[in-house]
Design a protein around this ligand. Structure first.
Ligand code: SDX
Length: 430
């Protein structure tokens, strides 16, 4: 308990509420006893000023534009480590030793196959089903296969379920893609690293030798690292809330996938590329900037703005660098969409509307151009986001389950509907 407190005065009554300080970032006013003491709730739709939990996993400084995974800056992890090292860090809190990393890589790579019976799920979907619909269904269905890792009270089962999802999400995502394009599934290979294995499962075909381009697999791996975790965003909060009821881990992650699908959240990478395609050329940018600023027009610049970042999203900077690397490696000299994106960013960052509202490119602004260059259709972009975010969802779910103060999440409301009234028989209604 800190020695600071916040005094609440209502009429002639006052209450002192405890103020808590984290290791970095804003202090919090602990209102856990507010309703009991005052008979009142707080009101904060969208949770713009509400901390839902205590966490040690990820920290964002929105004003500075910094992102830390367990204290390590995202730039350093993206430059020097790989995605599975980031997975270990998010799950266990420390960077692995060489022996720990080798053991973790081995354990993940030897859980990449899915139950053969799962392949029959896909044939139940239409080929043109949105891949995120398929992912939501098949990941939720994992709880119908892996009964030996659904008891959330057993630490060993929690660990097994965590490893299974980190290992099998790429396989399920690749199967989703293959089903979507009408090609046969490709089994995982234990001799390939995580990102190379994923690209191989997506782009290898039986009639040809597929060699993974190391520059492209390094870019894919870095993209996974950039998307791994991000504090209590909408989908992570969904996973925590689902987990607080005791639901099994596969169901919780499926809930996170469903939430991530929305265009205001993880669906923004698909929406951003569709927007850049619709704009089409640099000379049409002013028309779309005007639409984004028009209060009567629901259009927003997809890939711009963020609830927390009021500065440049550090992930967007790394993504932009990765975009140039991938296009250069593929010999794509001038991608018209990249030209539109860079000119749109330049104009927006100098426009008073965006400056005043502190709207900057976020991770989704450049990721679509990169993923399209890697060979993915836009409908697969959010699937890749979900694949990478699975480790963050699991780490946050695990932290919640292991938090002794954890209770089922059950927000209250400000009720403005009808007060109690009596039933009127239908023949007396006008
Ligand atoms: C992700 O939370 C996370 O951490 C998410 C994420 C993660 O890793 O998990 O970072 C991933 O979801 C990134 C965000 C992807 N979404 C988009 O790119 C969609 C476009 N962006 C917006 O819809 C919006 O910026 C949000 C949803 C991201 C944030 O919305 P907020 O914080 O609720 O802000 P707001 O909607 O209240 O906007 C504040 C003002 C409004 O104007 P006023 O009503 O105050 O006059 O800024 C305007 C908005 O109209 N605004 C935009 C805009 N985003 C906000 N105007 C034009 N274009 C935009 N993109």
């Amino acid at each position: 308990m800190s020695d600071k407190s916040a005094r609440l005065t209502l009429g002639n009554e006052t209450w002192d509420l405890n103020v808590r300080q984290g290791s970095v970032g804003p202090e919090v006013i602990d209102i856990g006893s507010l309703y009991r003491d005052t008979g009142m709730f707080t009101y904060d739709p969208g949770f713009t000023s509400t901390a839902s939990c205590e966490s040690k996993i990820t920290y964002i400084d929105g004003d500075e534009g910094t992102l830390l995974y367990r204290g390590y800056p995202i730039e350093q992890l993206a430059d020097h480590g790989d995605f599975l090292e980031t997975c270990y860090l998010l799950l266990y809190g420390e960077l692995p030793t060489r022996a720990q990393k080798e053991d973790f890589d081995f354990r993940v790579s030897h859980h990449t196959m899915v139950h053969e019976q799962m392949t029959r799920f896909f044939s139940g979907f239409r080929r043109d089903a949105h891949p995120m619909a398929v992912m939501t269904g098949t990941v939720g269905a994992m709880s119908a296969f892996y009964h030996d890792s659904t008891d959330i009270t057993d630490p060993h089962q929690r660990m097994v379920a965590s490893l299974r999802m980190i290992a099998k999400l790429p396989t399920i995502a690749a199967m989703t893609y293959k089903y979507h394009v009408g090609q046969p599934f490709v089994y995982p290979r234990n001799d390939l690293d995580y990102a190379s294995n994923f690209l191989h499962m997506c782009f290898a075909v039986p009639c040809d030798e597929y060699k993974v381009n190391p520059v492209l697999s390094r870019a894919m791996d870095r993209i996974f690292t950039l998307h791994a975790d991000h504090e209590q965003n909408a989908s992570t909060s969904t996973v925590r809330l689902a987990g607080s009821s005791g639901a099994n881990p596969f169901a919780c992650i499926a809930a996170g996938i469903a939430c991530l699908w929305g265009p205001a959240h993880g669906g923004a990478n698909e929406a951003a590329l569709n927007m850049l395609t619709e704009i089409g050329s640099v000379d049409r940018i002013p028309e779309y900037i005007a639409k984004a600023k028009d209060k009567n027009d629901p259009f927003r610049l997809m890939g711009f703005g963020h609830r927390v970042y009021k500065n440049y999203d550090p992930r967007a900077r790394i993504m932009q660098k990765t975009t140039h690397e991938v296009l250069a490696e593929l010999g794509i000299k001038d991608d018209p969409l990249l030209d539109v994106a860079m000119e749109l960013e330049r104009i927006a960052l100098s426009d008073e509307y965006f400056v005043e509202k502190r709207l900057y490119p976020n991770i989704d602004f450049y990721s679509g151009i990169t993923l399209r260059a890697l060979g993915f259709p836009t409908t697969m972009f959010t699937v890749l986001f979900a694949l990478a975010r699975t480790v963050g969802w699991i780490a946050q779910w695990k932290e919640m389950i292991e938090d002794p103060s954890q209770r089922i999440g059950r927000p209250r409301q400000l009720y403005t509907g009808a007060a109690q009234r009596d039933y009127t028989p239908i023949d007396q209604r006008s």
